[in-house]
Design a protein around this ligand. Structure first.
Ligand SMILES: *Cc1c(COP(=O)(O)O)cnc(C)c1O
Length: 467
């Protein structure tokens, strides 16, 4: 793809200086951080690919929107603007703002899950599964097998396996399925999209059983772009119209505005069922705030309303995804083991292949995040056994098939030169990979352990003799 087809559709009006550190400084800093990139200070990071969540650059229009904040306690005009935008672009009837995506996950889990119920989904997400479990539910993975294979080139690894879905419905009984949790682009699978064809089949099956679909729509625009690019029959459709079609196949949504919607904070729960909306409106007051602000300032709702419209512009979404692919292709050309196909919000390194000498119980992906920070001041995140947490019944680790390091690209923040620097740091690390040691916990928190855990480095692993 020629760069003239997707060069950044904006120019830069304000800059934030970056700070470089030396390798010696970084060795000390990451040790002080307990070998956990979440525990580093942002000021000590050169290029920050920890997450694309809340880290995007807002536009001049969004900043202008902040000045239009109506900070009335209730009935803020920014709420009505947000509501109108959600109705117009996503097609959902009712909107309850929340402070971010997990606020909405909490509400829907409390409203629809009774202890012992099942919640099938296309792969787990950390906060999503935890809210389901805290409400007494059992998450069941029904994603297609290809999603668990980092080398498969299947373009729609977010698809749901209909047989797996039917099996859990038969096993649990439809009445014991709280809802189907359907994510557009599957974060933990490597930012992989679901096809509309698959969604239509899933809709048919769940409707036969009277099962609701709750849509995790954090990156629905990115998913729609991949449908436009790769699904037969959608090449001439706008991303906006594909987004609306996706939403029309679901009954409600949880949204983290910190992803697609280009804001630093914000989210919402969207619903079509009036009765459920009444309950959500009541419950949100307990945990977030009145149903016309849900823990957000008026200005935050305004920025999110504007961000949603910008997220659906063709030039924006093409530049966003192709920047990610630019980095992915640099790495592939250098022979670095990356997850295929390249995702939409980040490039995912396959830590099992990168560090074959480190067993999964010594946290290879976490060890790789440490090495990448030491090499280039690049902050990344583990998406493997540490993120997967423990089984709530047995107490043992979950052992995910994917042991990944995510390089999440914030939207509209970094340039292609930054992507080149990141690629160089990774290539250098790959050349010295044999000396990277595994890790062990020194402190393991109970919930979402990856955020706050601390580790120590183990003695060097015995080198594998390469044939
Ligand atoms: C970020 C994210 C969430 C949670 O949203 P927060 O805004 O971080 O609370 C839920 N699902 C997916 C797929 C996400 O990426």
């Amino acid at each position: 793809m020629k760069k003239s087809h997707w060069a950044e559709p904006y120019k830069i009006k304000m800059v934030e200086p970056l700070r470089k550190t030396s390798r010696e400084e970084r060795k000390k800093l990451i040790e002080d951080a307990g070998f956990n990139t979440f525990q580093l200070k942002s000021a000590d990071v050169y290029i920050d690919l920890l997450t694309d969540s809340g880290t995007s650059a807002m536009s001049d229009r969004q900043w202008a929107g902040l000045m239009m904040g109506d900070e009335a306690y209730s009935g803020s005009r920014n709420f009505y603007h947000l509501e109108t935008v959600v109705q117009e672009y996503y097609g959902y009837k009712y909107v309850v703002p929340t402070h971010q995506g997990r606020g909405a996950e909490h509400l829907i889990a409390r409203l629809l899950i009774r202890p012992g119920m099942y919640v099938p989904g296309n792969m787990y997400f950390t906060t999503t599964r935890l809210h389901q479990e805290l409400a007494g539910g059992n998450f069941t993975d029904v994603i297609t097998d290809e999603a668990h294979d980092p080398d498969s080139d299947f373009p729609f690894k977010g698809n749901i396996d209909l047989q797996k879905l039917e099996d859990i419905i038969r096993k649990a009984g439809a009445a014991n399925i709280a809802y189907l949790s359907l994510a557009t682009t599957v974060n933990m699978a490597g930012g992989q999209p679901i096809s509309l064809e698959n969604m239509k089949q899933v809709r048919k099956l769940t409707q036969q059983h009277g099962i609701r679909i709750i849509h995790d729509m954090a990156r629905v625009a990115e998913n729609a772009f991949m449908i436009q690019q790769h699904e037969a029959g959608y090449a001439d459709r706008t991303v906006a119209s594909i987004v609306k079609e996706i939403c029309s196949l679901t009954d409600g949504a949880v949204m983290s505005g910190k992803k697609d919607a280009l804001v630093n904070i914000g989210g919402f729960l969207a619903l079509n069922d009036e009765g459920l909306y009444e309950e959500a409106k009541n419950l949100v007051i307990v945990y977030e705030g009145m149903h016309t602000y849900g823990g957000l300032a008026g200005r935050d709702m305004e920025a999110m309303a504007i961000g949603i419209t910008e997220s659906l512009e063709e030039a924006h979404i093409a530049a966003r995804v192709y920047q990610v692919h630019y980095l992915g292709n640099l790495l592939k050309e250098a022979g670095i083991p990356v997850l295929n196909p390249i995702g939409t919000h980040g490039v995912f390194l396959n830590a099992r292949s990168f560090l074959p000498h480190i067993p999964q119980t010594h946290f290879p992906a976490q060890a790789l995040t440490v090495a990448l920070y030491e090499a280039g001041g690049v902050r990344t995140v583990e998406r493997g056994i540490v993120s997967a947490g423990r089984d709530k019944e047995t107490g043992d680790h979950h052992y995910p098939s994917l042991e990944l390091v995510r390089l999440a690209i914030p939207r509209r923040v970094y340039t292609l030169s930054h992507m080149d620097v990141v690629a160089d740091a990774i290539i250098e690390t790959y050349e010295n990979r044999d000396s990277i040691p595994g890790l062990a916990f020194t402190m393991e928190p109970k919930y979402l352990r990856f955020f706050q855990a601390r580790f120590r480095q183990l003695a060097p692993e015995p080198a594998l003799t390469t044939p």
